[in-house]
Design a protein around this ligand. Sequence first.
Ligand code: ADP
Ligand code: MG
Length: 298
Amino acid sequence: ATPVAIMVGTGKAAEYGILIKSAESLENLHSIDTVILDKTGTITSGHPEVTDIEVLDPSMSPEEFLAQAAALEAGSEHPLAQAVLEKAKGDGVSSVQAEDFQARTGRGVSARISGKTWLAGNLAFMEEEKAMGPEQETALVREKMGQYASQGKTPLLFVRDGQAAGIIAVADTVRETSRAAIRKFKEMGLTVVMLTGDNKVTAEAIRKELDIAEAVSDVLPTEKEACVRSWQEKGHKVAMVGDGINDAPALTRADIGIAIGAGTDIAIDSADVVLMKDSLQDVVTAIELSRAVVRNIH
Ligand code: ADP
Ligand code: MG
């Protein structure tokens, strides 16, 4: 591409709030045939809200449960944690203190509250931590978690000293711009893949709603990168779009890494392109601009 064409293309992109970091990125965008999208914060707004609270431990009132759940999540910066904190604040529950807070990316959190060990997260996390007790209880919890997930909600399981304390279900809305962009990607002949650390049932509900070809669920951050690599090894040119710390390795690995502007600094640093308006429609615009730039030159 000629320097002038690149300059015009980069300038046009900037007018749309699409920051393209290098001439090479603008050129490479035209050859993308696969778009891999993170779910939470990318396809969805990333501002999830609590939809259901179900206390499973009869010794606790809903207020007590929510107060301790919020104390546990207070140490986390995850959007799911923010949803729990907002709910507690909105309901005016009194705050309690947590100690020894720990977070496991893509899995959940743990801390000690009033001398008891609390964990919150998905079932995979509870299994890995061997957090839960008797088989029957686990089966019941599993069923309840599945019911929320099949409604497209993300159920967070709270365990206190080896016993299921309760479930908080959180739901995140699909951005309208994502819906339109995904339709357009398909019209452009691109393969669309959704990647998420969320569970299979929740992921499948969203995949169906958006009519996406493939959804990969329960992925860890390192696995996001491996997924991008496996598409590349099949001969595809991959654009990865994400917002989180957990997306950074995949953004670096992709032929074109695209970060949501409202995303974390590390995602933005790892990306070749940044979308200041947080809209997947700007991915469509960027690819179209690149195609136009390349067409002018050759
Ligand atoms: P995504 O890839 O969809 O952005 P993440 O990889 O960040 O999702 O998280 C995957 C899963 O890990 C969540 O759906 C949730 O079950 C669990 N999780 C992560 N952080 C927390 C937290 N602070 N509290 C409870 N659960 C959490
Ligand atoms: Mg995300």
